[in-house]
Design a protein around this ligand. Structure first.
Ligand SMILES: Nc1nc2c(ncn2[C@@H]2O[C@H](COP(=O)(O)OP(=O)(O)O)[C@@H](O)[C@H]2O)c(=O)[nH]1
Ligand SMILES: [Mg+2]
Length: 206
């Protein structure tokens, strides 16, 4: 076979290469209802060009996807978003943004496999869409933090009221964020890493 043409294939771009200091990589999933900001979060925080599988909403989504608060949204993620961020010189996180719509739940088993933790994004206008997502994470034993993506026209509630409304136990971190801002998205990931660390410490003591 003739492989002569293969030298024209571009190599990996520098920014796509794993930093040479990296010693560990962890898989983190970002979940939440439709239009809550998953794709935006992966996009704002990723150091590599995020992979996104956006597809124009299909007939199957009409009347099924809850468009509240995202009436202008014409694309939805059917498979997932993928990104990467270096949290420390040694630790790299791989981010998987996954759809929260019921008809894509069959994808979840594989997507949660090996996940160290999760970020559940919520929109205060549609809290109920997050219930199922959190239930499924609990079932699978994936620890998570809750990040309230503050849309300007969404009602604001004290975080402790949201904790009660979401029926979260007191140890689950809950915070506000603006996923369009890189620093804010990064803060959410740092909170998750601290939470995972504290869980690991507690487990090793018992
Ligand atoms: N105002 C505002 N808009 C946002 C915010 N996060 C996402 N959006 C917009 O909301 C829409 C849905 O976000 P997207 O990331 O696609 O949601 P996904 O379905 O969870 O992936 C997009 O048009 C975003 O630009 C936010 O924090 N504030
Ligand atoms: Mg999306």
């Amino acid at each position: 076979m003739d492989f002569k043409g293969s030298d024209t294939v571009p190599g990996p771009r520098t920014e796509d290469q794993l930093p040479h200091t990296a010693q560990a990589a962890a898989k983190i999933v970002i979940v939440g209802g439709f239009g809550v900001g998953k794709t935006t979060m992966v996009g704002s925080v990723s150091e590599i060009r995020p992979l996104t599988t956006e597809e124009t909403m299909t007939q199957a989504g009409i009347g099924v996807d809850d468009n509240y608060g995202s009436a202008t949204k014409t694309a939805t993620t059917v498979a997932m978003d993928f990104g990467r961020i270096k949290i420390t010189d040694q630790l790299v996180l791989y981010l998987f943004g996954t759809p929260g719509q019921e008809r894509f739940w069959f994808l979840w088993n594989g997507l949660f496999e090996g996940a160290l933790g999760a970020v559940v994004l919520v929109d205060t206008r549609r809290l109920e869409v997050s219930f199922d997502v959190m239930g499924r994470l609990e079932e699978r034993g994936v620890p998570f933090v809750v990040a309230v993506n503050s849309f300007p026209d969404a009602p604001r509630y004290p975080l402790e009221d949201l904790r009660t409304a979401l029926d979260l136990s007191k140890d689950v971190p809950i915070m506000e964020c603006d996923v369009r801002r890189r620093a804010s998205s990064r803060d959410v990931l740092m909170t998750l890493m601290r939470f995972l660390h504290s869980l690991a410490m507690t487990r090793s003591l018992t």
